[in-house]
Design a protein around this ligand. Structure first.
Ligand code: ASP
Ligand code: MG
Length: 409
């Protein structure tokens, strides 16, 4: 396809949230067409449409069939693709909309969280060659029996990146309602910095640790296919943030993001025997009961006894505590304790791979505020501390100040 300069763009729900917004998006697309691009546009459902559809279903049943859920949720995107095509026609731009099934976005059969397996480029290429803007419904596909599937909430990002991959474009624009990826949540840190570049791994780590800007699978896909994602606002023409391979980055911070996750709770099982099989028993049982466990810290004490602390989603806490209470006797544990009010505050950055003393400095700034660290875990490019939830904002501020504000001076 060397003859066409293809640009894949994705517009999120807020960007197409009203008729006015859809017209504004059409104008933006027009500038790309005038500049010689063959534009492929992926759109989300308008505004909060998907949430409203979820809520409608819940008014009918507490346990909707997942096939029917996908049938329902996929309708949101069908509305926005048609309206955007009309808005383009209205300003003299030829355009055609397609559902996932029309361009054969084939997925596995896991309703509500399907994975894309292939996309046919035939129909898209034919329309592009006819000088049409191609508008594709994000978030949806079909399985091999032509059932409609969806890719999980926020999945339009992944639709866009998958299209960029099959159309072999290096760049993909993701339009949203913020100017890019910031070093922290602006509601907490007054003036975080907008990153001009960030690596795939940092984006995945930021999402895992509570700062979800993009659908994680879209970032994995982009990494695998070496696609640069330009995350930017559809409300202005400023440059946003490029999500890219770390080897190509010109700008690297030691820490490029500070996050807090406040949806988890901590459980501690005290004085369990320090011998093989105990952890397997506890976490095996939690796993069998589909309880997602995040951080795990074991500490050994006296007399061959150990304590183990771990975090689970707050929504699973009661169930998890009951299961652990049930094991107390079998394990000979002295207590099962639960704490709801925790926050997991993390710092993420590829620069950590090549700097010393990052963990020490984080612990230092927390201790200066008398913040007690209850658990610590690290990954290659992330350090996370469990602290009392009352300090969640303060902790993010002091870490941000120590690493990011300081580096800027
Ligand atoms: N409309 C879907 C959602 O709200 C998909 C998306 O926006 O990416 O989750
Ligand atoms: Mg969205």
């Amino acid at each position: 396809m060397p003859d066409l300069r293809i640009m894949v763009q994705k517009y999120g729900g807020t960007s197409v949230g009203s008729a006015e917004r859809i017209k504004a998006v059409a104008e933006r697309i027009k500038t790309y067409v005038k500049n010689g691009f063959s534009v492929v546009v992926v759109v989300s459902a308008m505004g909060k449409t998907t949430d409203e559809l979820v809520s409608l279903a819940s008014q009918i049943t507490a346990q909707p069939s997942s096939r029917e859920m996908d049938m329902l949720l996929s309708t949101g995107e069908q509305v926005s693709i048609a309206l955007l095509a009309m808005a383009l026609h209205e300003i003299g731009i030829d355009a055609i909309s397609y559902t996932g099934s029309q361009i054969k976005v084939l997925t596995d059969g896991n309703f509500t969280r399907a994975k894309i397996e292939s996309i046919s480029t035939d129909r898209i290429m034919k329309s592009l060659r006819e000088n049409k803007v191609v508008i594709v419904a994000g978030f949806q596909g079909i399985d091999n029996e032509e059932n409609i599937t969806t890719l999980g909430r926020g999945g339009s990002d992944t639709s866009a990146v998958a299209l960029a991959a099959v159309l072999r474009t290096r760049d993909c624009e993701i339009y949203t309602d913020v100017n890019g990826v910031y070093t922290a949540d602006p509601r907490i840190i007054g003036q975080p910095i907008k990153l001009s570049q960030v690596s795939y791994d940092e984006m995945l780590e930021l999402a895992r640790l509570g700062a979800a800007v993009l659908h994680s699978r879209s970032v994995e896909f982009a990494k695998k296919h070496n696609i640069r994602l330009h995350v930017r606002s559809s409300f202005n023409y400023e440059e946003g943030t490029i999500v890219m391979p770390k080897e190509e980055m010109m700008e690297k911070y030691v820490i490029s993001g500070v996050t807090a996750k406040r949806d988890e709770a901590k459980i501690t099982i005290r004085d369990i025997p320090d011998r093989p099989g105990i952890a397997a028993r506890v976490f095996g049982l939690l796993g069998e009961n589909k309880i997602y466990v995040n951080m795990i810290v074991q500490s050994t004490g006296k007399d061959n006894k150990a304590s183990v602390s771990f975090t689970v989603l707050k929504s699973d806490l009661d169930r998890a505590v009951k299961l652990c209470e049930g094991l107390k006797k079998e394990l000979g544990a002295s207590a099962v304790e639960a704490k709801q009010n925790i926050a997991i505050v993390s710092a993420v950055g590829v620069g950590m791979l090549s700097s010393y003393g990052v963990a020490g400095k984080i612990f230092q700034v927390l201790s200066e505020q008398n913040i007690n660290i209850e658990m610590i875990s690290t990954s290659e490019i992330g350090i996370s501390c469990v602290i009392d939830d009352v300090y969640a904002e303060l902790a993010q501020k002091v870490i941000h100040r120590a690493f990011i504000d300081m580096e800027q001076q």
